[in-house]
Design a protein around this ligand. Structure first.
Ligand code: FAD
Ligand code: DHB
Length: 388
């Protein structure tokens, strides 16, 4: 096979990149190691920044989101049961949109099919070669047969556990990392929301988040130990703890738990995000703790920058944007890292915290919810910093 851009991974980054390239007349092939069914059922992100929802509309995949997505013009911050609403419309004039990542992925796959572009599922043994040449190659097996793609560029959109980042020779990439002494236990429940907007709830018992997928489907998270075993959390215990951490100011209605799991919390950045003709995007290059809801949004901003750089290369043989790709992405990535770390540290209890730390944290939450300037600073980062 021969293409201009070989894309590894059919997550939000890979699928959006293919669409953006198509709009610029650039040809691509996407390969994905999981099945189509698997990627539609992987429950992950649900919150899109203001510009991300606009991007979906601009590239022609926003029709179902316009019908089924939930625009939110604010969030609630709970401090030991007392709720404070941050009014994004008044503070910054922007919104966020609740629309499940797997729904975005379905819409992007449908669009890809309508575009007639190659998209192969269930490939195996993916490897990348000759990355510093002008003709890098991707090798893989599909339906038991060996295959190869000759490309001009390889887009590593294969997530945190993919093959692209580890294919860069030792010594080229520097990793910046931080682990947190807790995880999130998440459930999807058939129950109506206690509020029409999200609730980020700090309590002395630990953090809880209320979010949703629709007005009848709740997504709820609890701070838990990082190595917690989900077997220790029967449904009754989960609800009991959720009532304690979210119950105060709103009535939390119970429902059938459709899915539950534990997510570790990590901050991770690999620099640079490129090596020769391999360009990394999304989780393959960086991970944020989920508190700021930034992961999927960063995957989209990376591929937007990548598509602009590739368009400049193919249209006017300009390579400056390609050379600056990593630096352009990382400026935004680090601001999102800082914000995600900050949201994480104000909302959670830390096992090693001192009495001073605890008082300082309560003062920070009081300042955040009481000051228009502090509320606006959260709102502008949460709803998405400007792209340029
Ligand atoms: P991925 O979605 O991981 O896609 C990578 C793709 O590559 C996958 O389909 C994978 O199967 C495929 N792949 C891997 N290896 C190979 C290989 N060798 N060959 C071929 N294909 C391969 N972000 C937010 O913005 N908001 C949120 O509210 C939010 N909540 C989250 C909740 C949870 C529980 C989790 C786990 C994540 C959450 N995130 C959130 C993060 C968000 O889901 C990720 O940042 C996002 O999926 C990144 O997209 P991506 O395309 O870079 O990577
Ligand atoms: C969701 C997840 C998050 O981590 C977050 O901060 C906000 C919303 C969600 O799944 O809807």
């Amino acid at each position: 096979m021969r293409t201009q851009v070989g894309i590894i991974g059919a997550g939000p980054a890979g699928l959006m990149l293919a669409r953006l390239l198509r709009l610029q007349g650039i040809d691509s092939v996407i390969i994905e190691n999981r099945s189509e069914d698997y990627i539609y059922n992987r429950i992950r992100a649900g919150l899109m920044e203001h510009w991300t929802a606009d991007l979906l509309t601009e590239v022609g995949v926003g029709a179902r989101m316009a019908r089924e997505g939930l625009p939110h013009w604010g969030i609630n911050i709970g401090i030991n049961g007392e709720l404070h609403r941050l009014d994004f419309k008044r503070l910054i004039g922007k919104r966020v949109t609740i629309y499940g990542q797997q729904e975005v992925v379905k819409d992007l796959v449908e669009r890809r099919r309508a575009d007639g572009g190659d998209l192969l599922f269930e490939v195996d043994n993916v490897t990348v070669h000759e990355l510093t040449s002008e003709r890098p190659k991707i090798r893989f097996t599909h339906d038991g047969k060996d295959q190869a793609i000759d490309c001009d560029f390889v887009a590593g959109c294969d997530g945190f556990h993919g093959v692209c980042r580890p294919s860069i020779p030792d010594g080229v990439v520097r990793v910046f990392e931080r682990e947190y002494p807790f995880g999130w236990l998440g459930i999807l429940s058939e129950s109506p929301p206690p509020d029409h907007e999200l609730i980020y709830s700090y309590t002395d018992r630990g953090f809880a988040l209320y979010t949703m997928r629709s007005m009848s489907l709740a997504r709820l998270y609890l701070q838990c130990d990082p190595d917690e075993d989900i077997a220790n959390w029967p449904d009754a215990r989960i609800w009991e703890e959720l009532h304690k951490r979210l119950g105060g100011a709103r009535t939390l209605r119970e429902g059938k738990i459709l899915q539950k799991g534990i997510t570790p919390m990590r901050s991770f950045v690999a620099e640079p995000m490129q090596y020769g003709r391999l360009l990394l995007a999304g989780d393959s290059a960086h991970i944020v703790p989920p508190t700021g809801a930034k992961g999927m949004n960063l995957a989209f901003s990376d591929v937007l920058f990548m598509s602009r750089a590739l368009a400049a290369f193919y249209k006017s043989r300009r390579s400056d944007l390609l050379e600056g790709y990593s630096a352009t992405c990382l400026r935004r990535v680090w601001k999102a890292q800082r914000f995600s770390w900050w949201m994480t540290q104000i909302m959670h209890r830390f096992p090693e915290e001192t009495a001073f730390d605890h008082r300082r944290q309560l003062a920070e939450l009081d300042y955040l919810t009481g000051s228009a300037a502090a509320s606006a600073a959260l709102a502008e980062q949460y709803a998405g910093l400007p792209l340029d």
